[in-house]
Design a protein around this ligand. Sequence first.
Ligand code: SAH
Length: 255
Amino acid sequence: MINAVVFMQQYFVKELGNPNEQVLLDNEQAHHIRRVLRMKTGDIIRLADGTGRVMSASVEIEKDAVYANIIEEVIDTSITKVKMILAQGMIKGEKWDYVLQKSAELGVQEFVPFVSSRCVVRLKDEKMDKKLSRWNKILLEASEQCKRSTLVSLANPCIFSDLKKINADLRIIAYEDADQISEKLCDVLASHKEIKSILLVVGCEGGFSKEEVEELVADGFHRVSLGGRILRAETAALSLLSNVEFFYDMEGDRK
Ligand code: SAH
């Protein structure tokens, strides 16, 4: 196995194949290789199947098709030690796309959009199918760009109380209205060192009502403060994700 972070470009394919086998790349990938990156036959790429397996491959450019000749398995360093599930209150426009993209980069395994009482985005939307496929595309492209070996699984948008049905070893709701009852993120993580999965719930622009927070706390969620400033929803999500990865992944490295 080789460490292939250096390889220029990664593509997700359905069937990865084994060394010495050949994979046909789809039209969009072929176009990207040929016209955008102007690769030549023999150039090296990474292929991933979304489940955690990654292979190096050499490109073979033919007249009307582009193939990848599988070389060998690549050491994968992209998976976080603790599986992160982000439940994000739906926010509008570009900020939503931004959270999706950055979540993929920061290692989220599952992304769950939800609406709560103060969200302006509605759940019933005729264009939801189209939106989901656009969001999946953002996640896929970000995953290729940051060379992760797994895809982010995007759930159908749900309502707030459905969040209680999501299983995880540790469940956290970030609440902006910090008071004595809120716990500090680092204290909560420090008392849950051996977990395998974590659910992080972040509100929309309007935040949460007291009742909503109490509903989750009554179900065993930890209500957590991210400090003395009110962060925008997208900042809160990214801050949580990077802090969680820092705590679990970097701590292991120090030992
Ligand atoms: N409209 C609200 C702010 C919402 S911020 C207000 O003006 O009070 C959007 C979301 O980001 C919140 O619901 C919460 O989940 C998270 N958030 C922002 N700042 C936070 C903080 N200091 N601590 C914990 N969560 C925070």
